[in-house]
Design a protein around this ligand. Structure first.
Ligand SMILES: Cc1cc2nc3c(=O)[nH]c(=O)nc-3n(C[C@H](O)[C@H](O)[C@H](O)COP(=O)(O)OP(=O)(O)OC[C@H]3O[C@@H](n4cnc5c(N)ncnc54)[C@H](O)[C@@H]3O)c2cc1C
Ligand code: FES
Ligand code: FES
Length: 1316
């Protein structure tokens, strides 16, 4: 259909990029229902009879933007734009489905299933906040209350329409959109009609379906239960399906084949939702969002005593997946999947629910929920039976039901451990006795686990502290998790079971408070342990001054592609239409981390449907060896494989699915060789890349340690975890030949088109002049598309060239995450000497990074970590050594910060430790050791124009550090199980590629006779706003408006030999190259311009044209005064430094490890910002991405620490298991400031680079967490230093908060396992 707006980011319901709105007419309520769903999990059959609106159904640039689109574009809510259509559709569906304007809370909740890796969410939330209509007049001239009877104002347009009205209006049209009064949104250009629900669908009676689908699948959609049962008896293996959120994952990711599906969405008997005097009847096909709505109503209507279970279920559903999943996922689907981490099953069991089961003869039997789950994903259903409904009884007076869930990420995440608990208390002899109880845990066994011994113990016991203590002892016997249990985190999971039970005790005691004879009062300081997490709406503030230079430089212009991105018109690599004969590629990947290839049998692939070709190392026309610096990597492994996921060959076929199917049929025999699966393994085996050892230093460290100058010397290890890029657009390359293979062209999602050109030419044996690579924009890169992307272009080029057919290779998310490399994990071993005051005198540091199986950029990344390993501190004696470890993992690669953050995080770890040793705050130690102008770094560069002290002082004032310190201490004094912590962290980030030759940039500027300017430069637009800033520079140079400048694409045939867009330096370099070109043209124009006969730029250009003046120029720029000599270890690797500082305040739940960031205050010195809005966006995005690195995102590899994962495999290979920050993780208060009046004479227009420097500042969140943990540990009597590795996930936080509930399972210095 050519609709490319809906994006595929993950294919597993975890990112929201594919969100669309479906509408249907509900025969029961006689209303149109509008819902956001994930297109990737919705089989086409499932939307039969429904109306689907994709982003193309809203506005577009020709006919005007819809207000939802307009506001997002204007508020800088779209950077790379790949997530944008998904956000637009989630918001649009919320507006269409709400009768009244949504609250800010509802808006945030509706975006829980949408991930964005660029913006940090704040601008998206701010953009959509307008629709909450806190003030009606903000949104529309008509206040909602002014509407006439029966006339409903559509919240998405502010105009009368039918979409939310109680009765369907005759006309069924939403009127043309008229301007909204929200002063920032000019909706006047939106002339489209709001798409209405098609009247023909209103009239349409649903019919039963029986369809044939792809791969021989049969899809039935009966309308009556008896037909479901008939089908079930005809096809005993048939799978019932409702939301397909489980089945979709099984068939897509787990490759389960099921020939017959029976969709039961339209079966009235299975959609019952009613209540009577005994309880609630819930049909198995009832969707979770429906159930949630229904229960909320019931809770309002009935007595509190009846609805304890209902309240627990409502609260649990709030944290169950995202809106898109809840809109389709069913109660029965969740129950029958019988996942051990199902969020609802423990609650059904605890709350005495009964399941009604019907067989193919119509016989009904009832099973109590606690007897229904028989084993891992095994339930008490016979082949001819299905789940009919759930009966949830009302609770009785003094019967209390409570839900618990701890996940990796609070929002849209599956549980690590969850629970449903119920207790029924009765008063006997002036004592409150447990009359009945049920404690069920998820995530601790192959099934939801009913703790029977505990129940036996509890019944008959008085509800008091002694009972809890004894019950915990029994719980430990009930919950047994073996050391190698799938999921790992054994100590944490066990601790959680006790923590949850303790919370339950506190909660019930609190609920019972005030009852006669109830004596179990809980101290006020314990109350916060049972408060539910309540999140205020995000409050962002940005503080910057505008230093306008010329027509555009300095203005907070909107991203030039924003309007294309919000409408879905922006094209990405995979959107390129496939020409006739085009083929799709899939790679054949190694399944062993280290092995010799013994044989390859490709016969299965060759006979697979749609097969067009298969290629291995022997087929490569040119050279199989590649690599950005050292050619130590084969495009197709020829003899030995050195990691899981290494590419062995490529298959092409007519469709993506067929190509993957064929690739799976290739059978490979291996001889397994011993792998190296951690840095420590590598160090032990001396497994380093040749010549990768490095040394930097100043002073004499040994002498310093020997002398008596140091009052204390400490030694330790810091383990720094890796990070997945999780750019929303996966790696993708599209290659085709021209003139029978004489030329090769490609479009790629890359930060380095020149590398693609070079790799492809090299692999095909062609001259570079015959290969052209183009990039219009990419959906995020963050370093992950600097070198690794070229590898995939080379893979796709081989079949394209040999077969002379266009070939597209787009990686599935799991493959992308598994094989395309990540941020390096690091090991730092430090020895630091310091005085009793805390002045650092000597640092001896060994750094190791995990390079993986090829060198890639690991050497330069190690070097940057070494350069940054003093962060901002003046240390007289330093020795830093570094080595790149060879391991049997996919090659790790660049990621925002390029080793700098790892180096600095290690520094701040030992700074924080010194603070504990000398009993001062880390902030005091930091200040005391600050460097300043004139300081000489350990690699010889002298510090100049240092703004660190200014930034620090301004930040201290802005966050009111001393006041907040005392407030936090006060809070901690009064809250035993919740702790707050704060931290202020500085940063200094060196700007330049540390490889000198890369600091060059080219540009091509063409001026046309209508006065418009086309700029092409070597940099790639990946969301960071590079093209916008560069265009602003050109606009100011010619003194024309920004709208007169256009940047179409990056192309190797326009600007040759460009360095990758990386190292934060692209605006500096390409801006300067463009300015150079503009100046050349201006110089040529000058003789005409000086006559001052023109009244406009267009006239001037025309005059020049007629005078035959060349209006095109190639600009060039090299960064001056840089260079470094590794033989002496001295030089000037950086042109200048970007400084910054950040403050963070967090709150942790010490019993579960849950945390949230209450506030973040970030300040950076960016000189005179070229575009402060874009710079703020970079800071917010980097900060939230950095929060992911320090506190959320954990990579779990099959290594010694994770024996339950196959060796060398990545467990966290999708959004299901790998959690990047979501909307819910944004700091409640998020302030970003740019230092004022601080010009930088070392870069264009006195600006400074911004992309990477703010990333590290998120470590303020990490150290604030540590500060909070210190307060928690003190309560248990632990006052000394303790290690905390990043990411500080709930597991690490909880286990570090050592107390009586962790003590049975781990010591106070326990260090949870981490793949490093
Ligand atoms: C992104 C994402 C996030 C998720 N988050 C969570 C979460 O936070 N918590 C959680 O617990 N789960 C979560 N899940 C799992 C899943 O969404 C739920 O289990 C969901 O309730 C399944 O419902 P469904 O209608 O989509 O099931 P389907 O996929 O349609 O069916 C699931 C299974 O149930 C069977 N089935 C369905 N109805 C019946 C019936 N009446 N009788 C017999 N068998 C039947 C089907 O045959 C199939 O085997 C998540 C899934 C995804 C993709
Ligand atoms: S692509 Fe559908 S949710 Fe990610
Ligand atoms: S703008 Fe959201 S992922 Fe790039």
């Amino acid at each position: 259909m050519g609709l490319t707006g809906t994006k595929l980011g993950c294919g597993e319901g975890g990112c929201g990029a594919c969100t669309v709105m479906v509408s249907y007419f509900d025969q029961n309520s006689k209303k149109c229902v509008h819902q956001a769903i994930n297109a990737c999990l919705a089989p086409l059959y499932s939307v039969e009879g429904m109306h689907v609106i994709t982003v193309e159904g809203l506005g577009n640039r020709k006919f005007g933007l819809h207000p939802v689109q307009e506001t997002l574009a204007r508020n800088h809510g779209s950077q790379c734009g790949f997530c944008t259509p998904g956000f637009i559709m989630s918001m649009y569906a919320l507006l269409r489905s709400n009768k009244t304007p949504p609250t800010e809370e509802q808006i945030e909740e509706s975006l829980a299933g949408n991930l964005c890796r660029c913006t940090g969410y704040r601008p998206i939330l701010d953009a959509f906040r307008v629709f909450s209509k806190t003030n009606d007049l903000l949104y529309t001239n008509n206040s909602v209350s002014s509407q006439k009877d029966c006339e409903f104002v559509c919240p998405s347009t502010g105009e009368p329409c039918s979409c939310g009205s109680k009765t369907v209006q005759k006309e069924n049209v939403c009127h043309d959109y008229k301007p909204v009064s929200y002063n920032e949104i000019d909706g006047s250009s939106y002339t489209n009609k709001e798409i209405i629900f098609p009247p023909q669908l209103l009239m349409r009676k649903p019919s039963s379906l029986s369809l044939n689908g792809f791969n021989g699948i049969k899809w039935h959609r009966p309308l009556l239960l008896k037909h479901v049962l008939e089908l079930k008896s005809r096809f005993p293996d048939a799978k019932l399906v409702v939301g397909n959120t489980e089945v979709g994952i099984e068939t897509r990711l787990k490759k389960l084949h099921c020939p017959v599906f029976v969709s039961v969405t339209h079966v009235p008997e299975l959609n019952i939702l009613s209540s009577n005097e005994n309880g609630i009847e819930i049909g198995a096909a009832v969707r979770l969002s429906e159930l949630q709505k229904f229960l909320k109503k019931v809770i309002e209507e009935r007595s509190c005593d009846d609805t304890s279970s209902c309240r627990a279920i409502v609260k649990q559903i709030k944290w169950f997946a995202g809106t898109q999943i809840r809109n389709v996922a069913s109660v029965g689907g969740n129950i029958c999947t019988a996942s051990p981490i199902s969020d609802l099953n423990p609650l059904w069991m605890a709350s005495r629910a009964k399941f009604k089961i019907v067989d193919s003869n119509g016989n009904i039997r009832t099973v109590v929920a606690e007897n229904f789950f028989l084993g891992y994903r095994k339930v008490d259903l016979k082949e001819n039976e299905i789940l009919y409904s759930v009966f949830l009884p009302w609770t009785r007076r003094f019967e209390h039901v409570k839900e618990f869930k701890q996940a990796h990420r609070r929002e849209d995440d599956i549980a690590l451990v969850n629970a449903g608990m119920r207790v029924f208390l009765e008063e006997k002899d002036q004592k409150w006795i447990v009359s009945d109880a049920c404690i069920v845990y998820g995530g601790v066994a192959p099934v939801s686990l009913l703790t029977e011994k505990t129940r036996d113990y509890l019944i008959g016991k008085p509800w008091n502290k002694e009972m809890v203590e004894n019950a915990m002892e029994i719980l430990k016997q009930d919950v047994v998790i073996s050391e190698d249990a799938p999921g790992g985190m054994v100590e944490f999971r066990k601790s959680l079971t006790l923590s949850f039970f303790f919370k339950f005790f506190l909660w019930v005691s609190h609920e019972m408070n005030g009852q006669d004879f109830f004596k179990e009062t809980i101290p006020v300081s314990h109350l916060s342990a049972i408060e539910s997490y309540n999140r205020p709406s995000v409050m962002g503030s940005q503080d910057y001054e505008i230093t306008k230079q010329g027509t555009s430089v300095g203005s907070p212009e909107v991203h030039m592609s924003a309007r294309l991105q919000v409408t879905g018109e922006a094209e990405y690599t995979d959107d390129t239409p496939m020409p006739p004969g085009g083929l799709h590629a899939a790679m054949i990947l190694s399944k062993k981390p280290h092995a010799r290839l013994l044989s390859i049998d490709d016969s299965g692939a060759r006979s697979s449907p749609g097969f067009a070709g298969i290629f291995f190392a022997k087929d490569i026309p040119g050279d199989n060896a590649t690599g950005p610096i050292v050619e130590d990597e084969q495009v197709f492994a020829s003899d030995v494989v050195t990691c899981v996921g290494q590419v062995i060959g490529v298959v092409v076929a007519d469709t993506h699915e067929n190509a993957k199917l064929a690739a799976r049929k290739v059978v490979i025999e291996y001889e397994v060789l011993p792998p190296i699966l951690s840095i420590k393994d590598a160090v032990k085996s001396n497994s380093f890349f040749p010549n990768s050892n490095r040394l930097l230093g100043k002073g004499d460290v040994d002498l310093c340690f020997r002398s008596n100058e140091c009052d204390k010397i400490i030694e330790g290890e810091v383990h720094v975890g890796g990070q997945e890029h999780f750019y929303l657009e996966p790696q993708s390359s599209f290659v085709w030949t021209m003139d029978g293979g004489n030329e090769v062209h490609l479009i790629s999602s890359t930060q380095a088109p020149q590398k693609h050109q070079k790799y492809v030419a090299h692999v095909l044996g062609l001259p570079m002049s015959k290969v052209v690579c183009k990039v219009k924009r990419i959906g995020g890169g963050f370093g992950g598309k600097e070198t690794r992307s070229a590898f995939f272009a080379a893979v796709a080029a081989v079949p394209a060239y040999i077969l002379n057919h266009p070939v597209k290779l787009t990686l599935d998310r799991d493959i992308d995450m598994m094989i395309s490399g990540q941020r390096h994990s690091f090991l730092g071993k430090y020895k630091v000497g310091f005085t009793n005051e805390g002045k650092v005198l000597g640092l001896d540091l060994e750094l190791y990074n995990n390079g993986g199986n090829s060198l890639d950029l690991s050497q330069a990344i190690l070097e940057r970590a070494m350069y940054h390993s003093n962060n901002v501190y003046e240390i007289p004696n330093v020795r830093v050594t570094g080595s790149v470890c060879f391991t049997n993992y996919p090659s790790n690669t660049a990621f925002r910060g390029f080793g700098g953050p790892q180096g600095m995080l290690i520094t701040e770890n030992w700074i924080q430790r010194i603070a504990m040793e000398v009993k001062k705050s880390p902030e005091e130690i930091r200040e005391m050791n600050f460097m300043g102008d004139g300081s000489i770094l350990h690699y010889g560069q002298q510090i100049q124009d240092c703004t660190l002290q200014r930034l620090w002082e301004e930040l201290k004032k802005s966050c009111n550090f001393l006041k907040i310190r005392s407030e936090v201490d006060e809070f901690n004094l009064h809250n035993r199980w919740r702790r707050r912590g704060i931290a202020m962290v500085p940063t200094k980030f060196g700007i330049s590629f540390t490889t000198k030759f890369m600091n060059q940039a080219g540009a091509l500027v063409q001026v046309y006779t209508d006065g418009t300017v086309l700029v092409t430069h070597g940099g790639v637009e990946m969301g960071q706003g590079l093209h916008t800033k560069v265009a602003q520079i050109a606009a100011s140079a010619f003194e024309i408006p920004l709208s007169a400048v256009f940047i179409s694409e990056t192309s190797t045939d326009k600007v040759p030999n460009a360095s990758p867009t990386a190292a934060s330096a692209s605006s500096d370099m390409y801006g300067a190259a463009v300015l150079d070109a503009c100046n050349q043209i201006k110089t040529r124009m000058e003789p005409i311009a000086s006559k001052k006969k023109h009244t406009s730029f267009e006239e001037l250009v025309n005059a020049c044209y007629f005078e035959r003046i060349d209006l095109s120029a190639h600009g060039f720029h090299i960064v001056p005064d840089i260079g470094f000599d590794w033989t002496t270890g001295k030089g000037h690797p950086y042109r200048y430094f970007t400084y910054g500082a950040a403050f963070a305040e967090v709150e942790i739940d010490t019993l579960t490890g849950d945390f949230h960031t209450r506030s973040a205050d970030v300040i950076l010195d960016l000189g005179f910002s070229i575009n402060p809005a874009i710079d703020v966006g970079q800071i917010e995005g980097a900060f939230v991405q950095g929060m992911g690195w320090v506190a959320l995102e954990e990579l779990k590899w099959g290594d010694d620490a994770h024996k339950w994962i196959q060796p060398g495999f990545l467990f966290t290979s999708g959004p299901g298991n790998y959690k990047i920050p979501s909307v819910n993780d944004v700091p409640f208060k998020f302030k970003v400031s740019l230092l004022k009046d601080a010009p930088n004479d070392k870069a264009i227009h006195s600006s400074k680079a911004v992309g990477e420097p703010p990333f590290f500042l998120a470590s303020s969140v990490f150290f604030a967490i540590k500060d909070a943990i210190i307060a928690a540990r003190a309560e248990s009597g632990f006052h000394g230093w303790f290690p905390l590795d990043n990411p500080a996930t709930p597991e690490r936080i909880r286990m570090a908060c050592a107390d009586e509930f962790t003590a049975p399972f781990a010591k106070s210095d326990f260090r949870p396992k981490l793949s490093v």
